[in-house]
Design a protein around this ligand. Structure first.
Ligand code: ZN
Length: 115
């Protein structure tokens, strides 16, 4: 299991909190920068985005969530994704409140919108 995308340094933590707080007022901006499935900053994705079925890149989902035009965990709910990400971050030694900040916007992401 590759979870390097959630490796966060102390400096990143400060930046992360700022970006998440401002994200609430800048929904449009954050949409372009975060995976629309797990909420991971796209700049932290070592694969620089997921791949479509034809092999082209998408910047909508990260390389952990979206491969060859399909989600890695198609049955997952937003709540399960949230729990999964908090668990991954705990493994990286991240404080629980950071995990919570990181993941609380997951249900608002595009993948989980069933309008
Ligand atoms: Zn993702």
């Amino acid at each position: 299991m590759n979870n390097a995308g959630y490796t966060v340094t102390t400096d990143d933590e400060q930046q992360l909190r700022c970006s998440i707080f401002s994200a609430e007022r800048q929904q449009e901006g954050i949409m372009n920068k975060f995976c629309q499935s797990c909420g991971m900053p796209m700049k932290s994705d070592p694969g620089h985005g997921g791949t479509e079925a034809d092999g082209s890149k998408t910047d909508e989902y990260c390389s952990y969530c979206y491969v060859n035009g399909a989600f890695m965990q198609p049955e997952m709910t937003a709540q399960e994704m949230q729990a999964f990400c908090i668990e991954k971050m705990k493994e990286q030694g991240m404080p629980k409140f950071v995990g919570w900040l990181f993941t609380r916007s997951i249900p608002k992401l595009r993948r989980w919108h069933t309008a």
